[in-house]
Design a protein around this ligand. Structure first.
Ligand code: F3S
Length: 403
């Protein structure tokens, strides 16, 4: 792999041990994946923030790198933490977990990372342009950036994203190269897609079937997919499979203007979403918490939740997770007050995967996100229901899943 003089200097340690370590990671990935060169990145998004996922070993790793003088050189944002960084005590997060989570945040702050704590940075000011090289690590954000924005990123791990932020570079392989962005799986969807949870269930099913093929969707009927629907679709495929890029005919930028379908693509047809709903939905009747906002909610999703509540009082908890940026705008627009008036919460910074749910007395969660349902099951051990926003809000008002 070709390295410039400046990159060689970084690798030799001339810019200090923190930069040397970062360049070692970036260059090693380039060698493994047979990249010809490194490319500059316009922005970085770093996962590996929740203390519940990182643990002490992860916290020590970050502190050590920060202590060696690691500093990011391009705009770098953070994935969600395991709690709302301001309201965590009010929400019942245990003191020890909360303090440790704040130490993780301080390590990132010391490196110059923006404490944005969101998996939808593209809704909060970090919106890469078409064709730009970036190094993002949250799988749903990677999918959105590649597919909906037409930016170029592989699915980075937490340390490799941070290494890209410190060097300002990533190795040019995988989805950074146009030839690897061509779809090999046509997905003909003949059933109607009428809600976010429908797009989410579809994504779950296709993610499991896609293997290493990039999907190219043809949608027959139902909602014209907008930003929120594409966000839900991509997040689900990235969770149930390893899909980091998809195209929707006539909708996503590379399927609108370019020919991104391989001549030897195979085809599958999806006639019903039952398989997706059945795989993710459980049998629990009692619901402790309803979770909307996985990936982090847009303004429209917060507003739709408030509309669905329509002033009804809650019997269980209802949290809408979002970025602090979107929360501020939703406050100004009044939808946060409408949710709070029903005794719900709009929670910033947080993802429930990695949050101390059991210590907070939460053992059953309902969500309209198949990614949320999938990871709640596999990572937290709580009981899960998966359904539409209307069903989830209804469950929150009764404390029970609707019959
Ligand atoms: Fe975001 Fe957590 Fe869902 S990182 S996509 S809210 S699992």
């Amino acid at each position: 792999m070709h390295l410039s003089d400046e990159e060689r200097a970084m690798l030799s340690g001339r810019e200090g041990p923190a930069v040397q370590k970062a360049m070692e990671i970036v260059a090693a990935l380039g060698e493994i994946y047979e990249a010809e060169r490194l490319v500059p990145v316009a922005s970085v998004q770093v996962a590996g923030v929740s203390y519940g996922n990182l643990g002490e070993a992860g916290l020590d790793f970050l502190r050590e790198w920060a202590g060696q003088g690691a500093r990011v050189v391009v705009p770098t944002s953070l994935n969600p933490a395991g709690m709302d960084l301001e309201a965590w005590r009010e929400l019942g997060v245990p003191e020890q977990y909360g303090q440790r989570q704040l130490e993780v945040i301080e390590a990132y702050r010391a490196m110059g990372v923006s404490i944005s704590c969101s998996c939808t940075p593209y809704l909060a000011g970090n919106t890469p342009g078409f064709g730009q090289h970036i190094a993002w690590s949250e799988s749903s954000a990677v999918s959105y950036a590649n597919s909906v924005l037409g930016a170029r990123t592989n699915r980075e791990g937490g340390p490799s994203a941070l290494a890209a932020a410190i060097t300002g570079r990533t190795a040019e392989y995988g989805l950074h190269l146009e030839k690897n962005r061509v779809a090999h799986l046509i997905v003909e969807v003949t059933c109607a897609l009428n809600s976010l949870s429908d797009f989410s269930a579809l994504g779950y099913m296709v993610g499991r079937k896609a293997a290493d093929r990039l999907p190219y969707f043809r949608l027959d009927s139902g909602l014209e997919p907008g930003s929120d629907e594409l966000k839900a679709l991509g997040a689900a495929m990235a969770a149930s499979g390893a899909v980091a890029l998809f195209h929707v005919e006539g909708v996503t930028p590379e399927a609108r203007d370019l020919h991104m379908l391989a001549d030897d693509a195979i085809s599958i047809t999806i006639e019903s979403l039952d398989e997706g709903y059945e795989a993710l939905d459980g049998t629990s009747q009692d619901i402790d918490l309803v979770w909307i906002g996985c990936p982090h909610a847009s303004l429209a999703e917060i507003e739709h939740t408030a509309d669905e509540l329509h002033g009804r009082q809650l019997d269980s908890k209802l949290w809408v997770t979002t970025s602090r940026d979107v929360l501020s705008t939703a406050r100004l627009e009044g939808s946060v007050d409408r949710i709070v008036a029903s005794a719900g919460r709009v929670v910033a910074d947080a993802c429930l995967i990695g949050a101390p749910l059991h210590e907070m007395g939460i053992t059953s969660v309902a969500t309209n996100s198949s990614k949320g349902a999938f990871y709640l099951r596999s990572h937290t051990g709580v009981r899960v229901r998966f359904g539409s926003l209307a069903e989830c809000v209804d469950a929150a008002t009764r404390g029970r899943w609707p019959a």
